[in-house]
Design a protein around this ligand. Structure first.
Ligand SMILES: C[S@@+](CC[C@H](N)C(=O)[O-])C[C@H]1O[C@@H](n2cnc3c(N)ncnc32)[C@H](O)[C@@H]1O
Length: 206
């Protein structure tokens, strides 16, 4: 039986390992912890046990789910991240590869109950996001879901407002999600905002 601790990623001071502070509620990490916590809780509450993490980094969420018995798969292109994550999750199937080119073939040969991508898919340009997300959707099991936690704005107007306020910090090489525009391709997507600049986009297979 799960208790409330099982749904809280941060109960055991897990945040100390994150190295990112969202205490000030500022761009780009305002809402970061809540986003990871939400995704973790949603996946824990589901019935599936097979998980794909795109751009897993040091495996902040996945390591927790791995410890709970999830079959973890993932792709990241940064060798150092891969080494850290493999060390933390020796049984996980983690692959090195640039997702702007696509998913490695080992990952496209199976289906997943959940796909997560936190603070990674903003490296894909806006025009290429729909095709990549469609590919991810095709890899879901029947009741599977995709959770994209990232810098996200409801509209381009809100993004411009945030950019104007954060001129010095703004990263022009990152391509943030605009919910209004993504909805043209995925009308049934669900957006859960967690700060003025970030939230979770949830997509289902159907
Ligand atoms: C900001 S980190 C986020 C890590 C983790 N998902 C988290 O929430 O803490 C972004 C990750 O995406 C990976 N990444 C960025 N661009 C990528 C690409 N084109 N292909 C594969 N991985 C990429 C980076 O190596 C890094 O591990």
């Amino acid at each position: 039986m799960l208790d409330s601790k099982d749904f809280d990623l941060w109960v055991d001071n897990y945040d100390r390992s994150v190295g990112i502070s969202d205490d000030y509620g500022t761009y780009p990490f305002a809402g970061y912890k809540q986003i990871l916590n939400y995704i973790y809780g949603e996946i824990m509450a589901g019935s599936g046990k097979t998980l794909l993490d795109i751009g897993f980094g040091t495996g902040i969420i996945t390591k927790k789910l791995y410890d709970k018995g999830f079959d973890v798969y993932g792709q990241d292109f940064f060798e150092k991240m891969l080494a850290i994550a493999k060390d933390k999750m020796p049984e996980a199937k983690l692959y090195q590869g640039d997702f702007t080119i696509g998913l490695v073939s080992e990952l496209t040969q199976r289906r997943y109950d959940a796909v997560i991508a936190t603070y990674s898919l903003h490296h894909i340009v806006a025009e290429e996001k729909p095709a990549f997300i469609k590919k991810l959707k095709s890899l879901l099991n029947e009741h599977g879901k995709i959770y994209i936690g990232d810098v996200v704005f409801p509209t381009r107007k809100e993004m411009k407002k945030c950019k104007a306020k954060n001129k010095e910090k703004w990263d022009d090489e990152e391509h943030y999600f605009i919910v209004y525009e993504l909805k043209e391709h995925f009308p049934r997507l669900c957006f859960v905002p967690f700060s003025h600049c970030a939230g979770v986009i949830v997509l289902e297979r159907v």
